[in-house]
Design a protein around this ligand. Structure first.
Ligand SMILES: CSC[C@H]1O[C@@H](n2cnc3c(O)ncnc32)[C@H](O)[C@@H]1O
Ligand SMILES: [Zn+2]
Length: 442
């Protein structure tokens, strides 16, 4: 919108700093962003925006405005298992604790309540899009619509039955029906979620590859999470999981590979050649002692690397700001280079790279005119952020998520001065406590 011909907009936000992420993370100082019909319609110097007429005007003199964060991998409803099984390695955690608990407790009500708790936590800490892989995705969709958050739902596929279905045929039928039901949704996309190479056999894997290609849909899978996963696969099949998936036709630019915490150079080449998406979950990988993802090597190979928290039972929070910090710190240790994974790259992983990984970078991930208005504002005036040499450094390296004050998704304000506008915080806490009482048998 040319500054000389002001038009009426819905929301006009003046901010001390605006970090657009594209073309880069250099902060624009004293600028304004205008929103009309859910889209960003102008980004311009503050003095040029004064004449614009707006339904609502916000003057955020201590704040950074930036794209909403994109949590590219998680299991939202697992928030109800937060702190239930800590300090265990992945396979013990899954086989002896999480899977038995899921078998006993997970139903539609669990997913609804757990999802709401997770979404509230994510909204309060700056996430505007998340990717979920969990049972009863229809129940998650109901809560997502209520909250007004953006999401990818990767419906689960295993070789064995679970509370949501009886096996691959049933999962694929239900998942495709959900995809059809949500095909006109502006906020939700539906992807295939084969759980992992060790829980999905060749037949089901091939069907996923065929159906996803037919539907032009994304696939999200836990992949190369531990060295044990690879050693077991080599012992059973003679192949590394990435090589097996390549043979089965599962790898491509719409394949979102989660964890990748045990990779050799050949694996990295294969992922790069197929144009796969990488989703790094540093805190979950550390907590379960799964392994170290070679993020710098993947980036150097041209692989898009996004960021995810994983579920709250293996993290134990859904705070993407702290995830950026962990990624930046761990990235330096793994690369043996303090200049590896700099702050601006961590910020890009949590925004634009997340959007690319989920195939929605034409819509979100950066503050650019024409994109959807998924925007957050963070107050930098607290003591813990002083003094401010670089707002990008403060966002990545200081403890900041509690300073997220505003959040808009498609132009709708879902966080207003730190308060959720679409969800009831107290009610969510009450229901979480009820689940804890039930689960701990009190
Ligand atoms: C297909 S529903 C999701 C399924 O995945 C389990 N899960 C959670 N975190 C992890 C992880 O890090 N690796 C593998 N599987 C994980 C979750 O408990 C559900 O059963
Ligand atoms: Zn996971």
């Amino acid at each position: 919108m040319p500054a000389q011909s002001p038009q009426v907009v819905d929301t006009l936000i003046f901010a001390r700093w605006i970090i657009p992420v594209a073309p880069n993370c250099t902060p624009l100082i004293n600028h304004a962003l205008a929103i009309r019909n859910g889209e960003i319609c102008a980004l311009l110097p503050a003095q040029d925006a004064e004449s614009i007429e707006a339904g609502e005007v916000l003057r955020l003199s201590n704040h950074v405005l930036m794209p909403g964060l994109i949590n590219a991998h998680g299991h939202a409803a697992m928030s109800l298992f937060r702190g239930m099984a800590d300090d265990k390695p992945l396979h013990t955690w899954l086989n002896d604790h999480i899977w038995p608990a899921e078998g006993r407790w997970v139903d539609e009500a669990f997913v609804r309540d757990g999802c709401e708790l997770a979404i509230a936590e994510m909204l309060r800490s700056g996430t505007t899009t998340f990717s979920d892989m969990y049972f009863f995705p229809e129940a998650a969709a109901t809560v997502i619509r209520k909250a007004g958050i953006r999401a990818q739902l990767s419906f689960p596929i295993f070789d064995f039955p679970c509370a949501w279905g009886s096996g691959p045929d049933d999962y694929l039928r239900k998942g495709l029906a959900l995809r059809d039901e949500l095909k006109h949704s502006k906020l939700i996309t539906v992807a295939f979620g084969p759980h992992a190479p060790y829980t999905v056999g060749d037949d089901a894997m091939q069907r996923v590859a065929t159906l996803a290609a037919e539907a032009d849909a994304a696939i999200q899978i836990h992949l190369h999470e531990t060295q044990q996963e690879i050693d077991d696969a080599v012992a059973q099949t003679g192949k590394r999981p990435i090589a097996r998936l390549a043979e089965l036709g599962l790898l491509g630019p719409k394949t979102q590979c989660v964890h990748l915490a045990a990779l050799n150079d050949e694996d990295i080449n294969t992922l790069a050649n197929y144009g796969c998406q990488a989703i790094h979950c540093p805190e979950s990988n550390m907590k379960l002692a799964s392994g170290f993802s070679p993020v710098e090597k993947m980036r150097a190979a041209g692989i898009n690397v996004a960021l995810g928290t994983d579920g709250a039972a293996s993290n134990n929070d859904l705070d993407l700001f702290s995830e950026m910090r962990s990624a930046a710190l761990l990235g330096k240790v793994v690369a043996g280079d303090a200049s590896a994974l700099p702050d601006h790259f961590a910020l890009t992983m949590a925004t634009l790279n997340g959007a690319k990984a989920l195939g929605i970078d034409h819509l979100v991930g950066s503050l650019e005119v024409g994109k959807q208005a998924d925007v957050i504002a963070i107050d930098l005036s607290a003591l813990e952020q002083q003094p401010i040499y670089s707002p990008v450094s403060q966002l990545v390296y200081t403890n900041i998520s509690h300073q997220v004050r505003y959040s808009w998704i498609m132009g709708r304000k879902v966080l207003d001065n730190g308060e959720l506008t679409t969800l009831d915080r107290r009610d969510i806490i009450t229901r979480a406590e009820l689940w804890r009482t039930r689960i701990s048998g009190e």
